[in-house]
Design a protein around this ligand. Sequence first.
Ligand code: COA
Length: 206
Amino acid sequence: MKIELIISPKAVDHKISTMHKEMDNARTSDSSRTTITELMIPSYANFGGKIHGGILLSLMDKVAYATASKHSGAYCVTVSVDTVDFLQPVEVGELVSLMGSINYVGNSSMVVGIKVISENVKSGLVKHTNTCYFTMVAKGDDDKPTMVPKLILENATDVRRFVEAIYRRKFKQNYETNLKEIKSNWDKQDVASLLKDQRCVSRMKE
Ligand SMILES: CC(C)(COP(=O)(O)OP(=O)(O)OC[C@H]1O[C@@H](n2cnc3c(N)ncnc32)[C@H](O)[C@@H]1OP(=O)(O)O)[C@@H](O)C(=O)NCCC(=O)NCCS
């Protein structure tokens, strides 16, 4: 059977003009790249004299918001934070810089990669304290998720970051599916053998 697809010239024009609009709208990661630098003052410290993790998280959230709202031109909310590992402590008196850039865009979501460095101004020593990924969603005036501009990938680094974000998303979906499966197939026998060599005391009745 032969199927003929008839496309009206009007529909083609519409498709092309939509594609052009999307291209006009597309933005590079350079256009929204944001850096926040803040001096670590004594009131930010914990009892051990190091900077509270929560202070750094709050700064990460700010740079993620600034970067995502610049790319989308919209109000954004934080949806998810991937792996915040504090690799090195930050001291009072150090200058912390947080660099945010758009690594990936979906429809309404954007992944902002954030690199955090801490600098001792006297010694000039610079530490890379962590890198993490914030997923932000742009919202319209109706408070619903709204479409964000496409991301122009200008070089191999942009492509690598975009692809890594796709994989991170897939790994997270797999992780959630596996965890759901483990929870629904909860087996006391498995748990007993799993806990055997762990540093815990189980008072669960057999
Ligand atoms: C995030 C939120 C907007 C999602 O709304 P929703 O009606 O479920 O909308 P959708 O399911 O269409 O999801 C919107 C986008 O968020 C993404 N998303 C939703 N949950 C997510 C998660 N846990 N991790 C990563 N992305 C997620 C979806 O994949 C979708 O992306 P896309 O548009 O690029 O395809 C809504 O849950 C919300 O407002 N949450 C509160 C956010 C908040 O208050 N943050 C803290 C203060 S800023």
